[in-house]
Design a protein. Structure first.
Length: 167
């Protein structure tokens, strides 16, 4: 397979390597070697772009090794005088977008959890102590999830809002 000019041979090699190699640094080296072959086999720009995306998808690297991989690809492009930087930039943008979406989702879930904890505690407080003064609402708004959970536990033993919030 390594000597074949067939593009599918390269894809099959990438799949085999992706399944067999678990060590991050070795995966990076394998991935760089496969990308180098793209340039050495004389594929068209379009073929290189498509195969690059497939290999990048198949052989995932730990985040800490991605920068080294990108630098190695830049070096290969320089060496081969084939600057397909747009491919790497697009892949980096796609990864950054995906990471941003994941972080946004995590943040949204965290905020939803905080809102839900605040709403539940506010209901418990109202049922236990009646109408809540403004200062309690302000404290609830300023509290993080951990603090809201502490108050949710302590409400069982508090005699008053003042003792619960140690106001």
């Amino acid at each position: 397979m390594e000597t074949s000019d067939n593009v599918f041979a390269l894809v099959v090699m990438a799949q085999i390597k992706a399944k067999r190699v678990n060590d991050g640094a070795t995966r990076k080296d394998v991935k760089i070697a496969l990308i180098r072959r793209l340039y050495e086999r004389g594929y068209s720009r379009e073929q290189i772009v498509r195969l690059f995306r497939i290999i990048d998808w198949m052989i995932q690297l730990p985040r800490g090794l991605e920068a080294g991989f990108v630098q190695a690809v830049y070096a290969i492009q320089e060496e081969k005088k084939m600057p397909y930087v747009n491919t790497i930039e697009r892949v980096e943008r796609e990864k950054a977008l995906q990471q941003g979406l994941e972080q946004g989702l995590e943040r949204g879930v965290g905020q939803g959890r905080q809102l839900e904890a605040r709403r539940i505690l506010q209901r418990q407080l109202s049922k236990r102590f009646g109408e809540l003064p403004d200062w309690v609402s302000e404290r609830l708004e300023a509290a993080d999830v951990d603090q809201l959970e502490v108050w949710s536990d302590e409400i069982l033993f508090a005699d008053s809002l003042d003792t619960l919030f140690k106001h």
